[in-house]
Design a protein around this ligand. Structure first.
Ligand code: FEO
Length: 392
């Protein structure tokens, strides 16, 4: 296989994973993904930036067959989809030095049992001269692990960002062709992986503004030759901007909760509020995560199983809590027969968001006229709050 040149002396050497449908046994990948590795050849030294998931090791090693030598393996992130093939690369090029942040070194030893002697640590802003190609290492902790860094190739103004600005998208074109499609995949990636680190990413992006960047080369998804597009998208996602939207993750067993969700949806829409509804029994968790990027209000709809919330709704509450979105208000609607712990369970699961709880509407048995009036009241309370936020 021939290396794919992206700049003079700079090559894409990654692997497309067309068939992967799940990441971390959790995150749906409707469009597969790619693991991008890059080779930078200077006059004197050659560096590999990131490797690939071990399931695709053969692809990377075949690319590396074309090299006479490899001096450095830049490990921007120790998660195994980027670092997992480092041991194989070291077996092929035993003299190569692995370059990482100090924290990255710890992880590479713990996760991959790489010899400490093989790892060179770099400080923030340290540089590595390959001979006419200078790599500057920019520590970017918490995107999304504590050890992450980006690498700036000065002479070509390429910013290698590993997971940051990435997208789970397998493509036969290593470059962004249809930005709308890539933006959708990048938003999904941001929502699922990066959203909890919104404030940190904002700071890192402010720092990047001091650098002239002609190309952003992430380690998932296509390479950006027009970096402003992906930078502007991320600026919007990490900003405090909210949309006039209520997200409703729900489950229903015999139709009572669904009837409440229907009424709430209709009432909100009539009042000019957008609604994104997700039946948790069938929904794609990534879509739910994307809806949370700028929604100020989340209302959970749950029937009661035994004495508590439906497990799928609890899973959604757990996810909202973990992803730390911008949500300001929450509520719970649903039904019960004899047990009444559903609201407490959901509120406890959501505690980390510090969202204001608007009075829940829990109904015994099938919803009656008075229950629907309470749903109307809830819609009115949500509208009031959206007006305060200037969304209506
Ligand atoms: Fe793509 Fe955090 O690994």
């Amino acid at each position: 296989m021939e290396l794919k040149k992206i700049k003079e002396g700079v090559y894409w050497a990654g692997a497309e994973d067309w068939d992967r449908r799940l990441f971390d046994s959790l995150i749906p990948l409707p469009d597969g993904t790619s693991y991008n590795a890059y080779i930078v050849k200077g006059r004197d030294k050659t560096a590999l930036i990131d490797t690939v998931d071990p399931t695709k090791a053969k692809t990377l090693l075949t690319f590396l067959d074309s090299l006479d030598k490899l001096d450095y393996i830049i490990a921007q992130h120790a998660e195994q989809d980027h670092s997992g093939t480092i041991p194989s690369v070291l077996r092929k090029f035993p003299a190569a030095k692995v370059v990482s942040t100090p924290k990255g070194k710890e992880f590479l030893i713990d996760l991959l049992e790489i010899s400490p002697d093989a790892i060179t640590i770099v400080a923030d802003n340290d540089t590595l001269d390959l001979g006419g190609k200078t790599l500057e290492f920019l520590h970017t902790p918490w995107v999304h692990w504590p050890e992450t860094m980006s690498t700036y190739l000065r002479e070509d103004a390429v910013l290698f960002t590993c997971d940051l600005f990435g997208s789970h998208l397998a493509s036969s074109n290593i470059y962004v062709e249809d930005f709308a499609k890539v933006r959708e995949a990048a938003k999904r990636y941001y929502a699922e992986v990066m959203m909890p680190f919104r404030a940190t990413i904002k700071k890192h992006m402010e720092r990047f503004e001091k650098y002239k960047v002609d190309m952003i080369a992430p380690s998932h998804g296509p390479v950006h030759r027009e970096p402003m597009c992906i930078l502007d998208s991320h600026r919007e996602w990490v900003s405090d901007k909210l949309s006039n939207t209520v997200v409703i993750p729900y489950a229903t067993m015999h139709g009572s909760t669904e009837a409440l969700v229907e009424r709430l949806t209709d009432s909100l829409v009539e009042k000019g509020v957008f609604v994104e509804r997700f039946n948790t029994a069938v929904t794609d968790a990534g879509k739910l995560a994307m809806s949370l990027v700028d929604a100020p209000t989340v209302v959970f709809g749950t029937p009661t199983i035994l004495i508590g919330a439906h497990p799928f709704v609890m899973q959604a509450a757990f996810m909202v809590n973990a992803l730390r979105p911008k949500v300001k208000h929450t509520s719970v609607i649903g039904s019960f027969g004899w047990g009444g712990k559903a609201v407490d369970q959901i509120v406890t699961a959501m505690a980390g968001t510090k969202a204001e709880l608007i009075d829940p509407v829990m109904v015994k048995g099938r919803p009656k006229a008075g229950d629907f009036e309470n749903i109307e009241r809830l819609a009115g309370e949500i509208v009031k709050r959206h007006k305060v936020l200037g969304l209506l």
